[in-house]
Each structure stands twice: as C-alpha cells, then as structure tokens.
Design a protein around this ligand. Sequence first.
Ligand SMILES: [Ca+2]
Ligand SMILES: [Ca+2]
Length: 108
Amino acid sequence: MSKGGAQKGKECSEIGLMHVAIFLNDIFTEYSSKDGNPATLSKSECMQLIQERMTGLCDKNVDPKKLQTIMDVMNTNKDTEVDFMEFMIFFVKITALVHGMPMDKVTQ
Ligand SMILES: [Ca+2]
Ligand SMILES: [Ca+2]
C-alpha cells in the first residue's frame, strides 16, 4: 500500500482512517525494530514507546510502576513482549474509552 498520494474520488474520512492505520503500523515498527526483532516490542521498547508516544497516558517522568501496568494491559498473553495484535487491541480499547464506553465494558 502506498503511503502517499490521496486517491482521487475517495472521501476525506476514508483517507483519514487509512492514515491512522498507517501511522499506528509505522509507530509500532519504529519502536519494535530497535532491538533487531521487529515482530514484537520488548519491555524496553514498549516502555520507550509509551513514554514518547502515549503522552495522554503519561509523560517522561512517569512512575515506572505505572509504565509496567500499561505494558501489562497491552501484553494480554502475559509473555515478555507485546506483539502487533496486542498493540492494536490496546488501541481498540483506548478508542472505546474515548468513545465513552465504560471501563468495565472495555476491560472485560
Ligand atoms: Ca523488538
Ligand atoms: Ca505478549
């Protein structure tokens, strides 16, 4: 899929959503590739991504325990790394919260 060039005749909202998908993929790949294994975010890669790209959740001076909690929520299979599907499911949950869904519905 091409990253550039708006497709003639497409609705603006459709183009915008494709840009969101491309952006999320690019962010995941940027951080997951730092250790040579782009398939997953290691703990340090995940912590760096959270601190630098999830500024609505925390900032650079965040408590390490809060960082670990956010990573634990992402890491649904409880292994040592966050894969792309875990990362995307986390964003589905964040988007549901932004939409106004109650936390208990989002986290079940
Ligand atoms: Ca990695
Ligand atoms: Ca995992």
